[in-house]
Write a protein that binds this ligand. Structure first.
Ligand code: FMN
Length: 342
């Protein structure tokens, strides 16, 4: 099998096919979705159910569409490889589906899909689709879903080689601006780096510290911390190819406060950053809050024109995670919760 580099023009075309399938199902247009398969296509469902032929697939998708009143698929982490042996593209993607059933209940589920895509007629069609269920359908109120997003908002340091659309970046930054701040002063500014030149400024400034971080991690006796530092070092080594870097900045708050202007500023910027991380998780993006800029702050300021009186509080790396994040591991609440007094 020979592997063609990802994201050639042809690869993008075949990935678009998978996105078209999601669009068609969102619109409840089962006929259009079924039309994306070859006449002799095979659809393998999560429980091993196998449907052969366009007619069987159309009937199945029609049933799916009829069961839902509203539906939204979010597809991420698509990657495609060319399989010379079978003359087909293999497209792997992860899909999150939100669905409101006709009985009013809501479900959210995650899938991994593997499509064999071939050229048929004038364009690309799916010859075999294998669906693997990754997570049980999650029903839940908005509150339950928000709590689930919080509980699975892990630090993500490895990203798929896939750009993040600008409107999603804008959306997570907007969510950051919904954070509270002292006297509602909203002292934040966000410097978003997506172009190779600007990401490169940060990567060149911070990158040389990777070896030191790796060494520091290797010396740690705490296995979890050792693993974390090695992940941080990998992030730093590959910083130039992180899809999005966001510098969370702000002006110190000058209003009278016993905590001091910089502490007041940081209180706002950390809250805003957490909002950003949660919004990213809700959109199936992955992110990590870091203070990596401290390793090359002078060069970053000079390269990006950040004024001296502006504080940089964090450097957030953002992209499509290369794996679905697990749940956070934290000290148990009973160990940290004090009722009435310490
Ligand atoms: C103030 C602050 C600074 C951090 N600095 C870094 C950093 O420089 N590099 C990094 O990769 N992660 C950094 N992190 C992320 C933490 O390592 C991460 O939140 C923690 O290990 C918990 O990981 P988890 O959410 O996956 O459980 C920082 C987090 C905070 C709150």
């Amino acid at each position: 099998m020979s592997v063609v580099p990802e994201h050639t023009e042809e690869a993008v075309e075949v990935e678009d096919l998978v996105l078209s399938y999601a669009d068609a199902m969102d619109l409840g247009d089962a006929e259009r979705a079924a039309g994306l398969f070859t006449p002799d296509a095979v659809l393998v469902g999560p429980e091993g159910v196998e449907l052969v032929g366009a007619a069987a697939i159309a009937a199945h998708l029609g049933g799916e569409a009829a069961r839902s009143r509203a539906c939204a698929h979010h597809v991420s982490n698509l990657s495609s490889t060319w399989d010379r042996g079978t003359g087909s593209w293999r497209v792997v993607g992860y899909c999150m589906r939100w669905r409101e059933d006709v009985d009013g209940s809501q479900t959210r589920s995650y899938w991994r899909t593997e499509d064999d895509v071939v050229r048929a007629d004038a364009g690309w069609r799916i010859r075999r689709r294998v669906v693997t269920e990754r997570g049980a359908d999650r029903t839940g109120t908005v509150a339950e879903q928000v709590l689930e997003v919080m509980a699975t908002s892990r630090a993500v340091r490895r990203f798929a080689d896939r750009p993040v659309p600008a409107d999603l970046v804008r959306q997570v930054v907007e969510a950051a601006t919904w954070a509270p701040s002292p006297q509602n002063r909203q002292p934040w500014e966000f410097v978003v780096l997506t172009e190779p030149e600007s990401v490169g400024v940060a990567a060149r400034a911070i990158g040389p510290r990777a070896a030191e971080l790796r060494e520091y991690g290797a010396r740690s006796e705490h296995p979890e911390r050792r693993k974390m530092f090695l992940e941080v070092a990998s992030l730093v080594e590959g910083l130039g190819s992180v899809p999005v870097l966001i510098l969370v900045c702000g002006h110190p708050l000058t209003h009278a406060s016993p905590a001091g202007p910089e502490a007041m500023l940081l209180s706002a910027l950390y809250g805003a950053s957490q909002n950003l991380l949660l919004a990213a998780r809700a959109l199936d993006l992955g992110a990590v809050f870091t203070t990596l800029h401290v390793h090359g702050e002078e060069a970053i300021r000079a390269g990006l024109g950040i004024p001296d009186d502006v504080v940089i509080a964090g450097t957030i790396a953002l992209g499509w995670p290369d794996a679905v994040p697990g749940r956070v591991r934290r000290r148990p609440v009973q160990d940290v919760l004090h009722w009435q007094s310490w």
